[in-house]
Ligand binder design. Structure first.
Ligand code: GDP
Ligand code: IMO
Ligand code: MG
Length: 435
């Protein structure tokens, strides 16, 4: 049985994604044994910067650059096999072998028809479109929930796999052509040939029952790092439904997404931008678009890591940050992109919403109500000093310290880390927040 001596850390997006989870994971990975992705797929785009090098990963855990760690893609993930191989080769070309990669036999496969369905479903929704990444994530998870999904482990039983694929392709072709008037159909044999001849041989050796591997390592008190994808407000149940992703980026889904027991997660770090961003459609109470927003977008390079879509910009929203803290049980906050706010004269922080004339400090469940919410702000003075080279909390300008202290106070969670640039080195651990 498990004792309670292990220490594990979860890196959770506390907003709408792109909070800097890749960067923080890479930082923690320097002192970890295992890194696990447990939800989402290549809708994620995680950026890692060190030694003048910049990497963007969507499928493989951001800890891969520490070649001593084992990188796990667990059962809760969905995997586009073409993208997996692309990423493995991209890493190999850059000198990082993927021998330390493990892929769950229970993870579901994203097929080409999932991408076609994602595109078609978005198209038919017109102005109600979610603005998905069009990576087939929703349709793949739908098949999983509908119990017709095909898993990585099925690849090891080719006959069974073919039966399932033929059945799925037949149904999807009907839906695509008859309902969505999609211009082409898919062929199960062609899909299978590509997989078995070209793709599977390149990753077959990584397939395993990752739950067993993880459990054994937990028993051995190895340092496990759980790398979240997406963000809390994109959670299927607790996000801004229906403008969400189709998985659960929140901490409580780590158990389901890995097969580990609930108590396996001990430290839960909420990766939190010093302001807010969102890509795709949906409610965003603190959104603003003026010269300051444009400056934040440029300085923060707020464009989709993979899609290059410009991200929407908003002031820091303490209501959603507190909501995230509650849902995830955050034990610490990592405030990222603090440097981007340098030079902004007055920083607004949303402390509550006004809904139909009433002040509220919770996240409404109905999107119509949430859309009606108006953000109520306090204003804090900004700072002008370049903070990209600070190495401790003490070195921050007084107004930056006050800004962080206010965020921590409003969210009710200590700030344990902050970040002042994209580089691994520009990460500062906070032990004690004294002004
Ligand atoms: P993720 O999806 O949560 O991993 O985040 P992304 O990689 O999609 O987006 C975060 C962006 O911010 C990337 O371009 C990072 O390189 C960058 N970044 C992370 N932390 C900092 C920071 O403290 N300051 C600045 N200027 N950029 C940062
Ligand atoms: P990382 O891990 C930001 C958003 C999409 C869209 C919605 C649904 O880099 O933080 P999907 O393709 O998942 O069905 O799209 O979710 N979205 C993200 N936004 N960062 C992400 O991942 C995202 N993954 C999905 O833009 O609004
Ligand atoms: Mg991202």
């Amino acid at each position: 049985m498990l004792n309670q001596k292990f220490q594990t850390t979860a890196v959770i997006g506390s907003q709408w994604g792109d909070e800097g989870k890749g960067k923080v994971t890479d930082y923690f990975a320097q002192d970890a044994d295992i890194i696990v992705r447990w939800s989402g797929g290549n809708n994620a785009g995680h950026t890692i910067v060190f030694d003048q090098k910049k990497f963007k990963l969507s499928v493989i855990p951001s800890g891969i650059f520490n070649q001593k760690v084992t990188c796990v893609i667990a059962n809760g993930c969905v995997i586009n096999l073409e993208k997996l191989i692309e990423e493995i080769n991209y890493l190999k070309e850059n000198g990082y072998n993927c021998n330390n990669l493990k892929i769950s036999d229970r993870a579901h496969i994203i097929f080409p028809y999932h991408l076609a369905l994602d595109e078609s479903e978005e198209k038919i929704k017109k102005e109600q479109a979610i603005g998905t990444t069009k990576k087939g994530i929703g349709p793949c998870y739908s098949d999983k929930i509908n119990r017709v999904g095909i898993r990585i482990g099925d690849l090891l039983e080719q006959e069974q796999f073919m039966k399932k694929l033929i059945a799925n392709v037949a149904v999807k072709n009907q839906i695509l052509t008859k309902i969505y008037h999609y211009e082409k159909t898919f062929n199960a044999e062609e899909i299978a040939e590509r997989i078995f001849k070209h793709l599977l041989p390149q990753f077959k050796q990584y397939i395993t029952d990752t739950r067993v591997l993880l459990y054994e390592n937990l028993q051995l008190e190895k340092k496990i790092l759980f790398e979240g994808a997406q963000g809390t407000l994109l959670d299927l149940d607790h996000g801004t439904y229906p403008f969400v992703t189709s998985s659960h980026p929140i901490a409580s889904s780590i158990a389901v997404g890995t097969g580990l027991p609930l108590k396996a997660v001990t430290n839960i770090v909420g990766i939190t931008k010093a302001y807010n961003t969102r890509v795709g459609a949906g409610v965003f109470p603190t959104e603003f678009e003026d010269e300051i927003a444009k400056k934040i977008r440029e300085v923060g390079n707020e464009y989709g890591t993979v899609s290059k879509r410009p991200r929407r910009i908003g002031w820091f929203d303490a209501v959603i940050a507190k909501y995230s803290a509650e849902i995830n049980g955050l034990t610490g906050l990592a405030i990222t992109l603090l440097d981007v706010l340098t030079g902004v004269k007055e920083l607004k922080v949303c402390t509550s919403y006004v809904l139909n004339g009433q002040e509220i400090n919770y996240v409404p469940s109905q999107i119509n109500n949430f859309n009606l919410c108006q953000a109520k702000y306090i204003t804090l003075p900004g700072w002008k000093e370049d903070i990209t080279k600070v190495t401790s909390f003490e070195q921050l300008p007084i107004n930056a310290k006050k800004y962080l202290a206010k965020i921590s106070e409003l969210v009710g969670v200590p700030i344990t880390m902050f970040s002042v640039g994209p580089n691994r080195k520009q990460t500062i651990i906070v032990k004690n927040m004294k002004e």
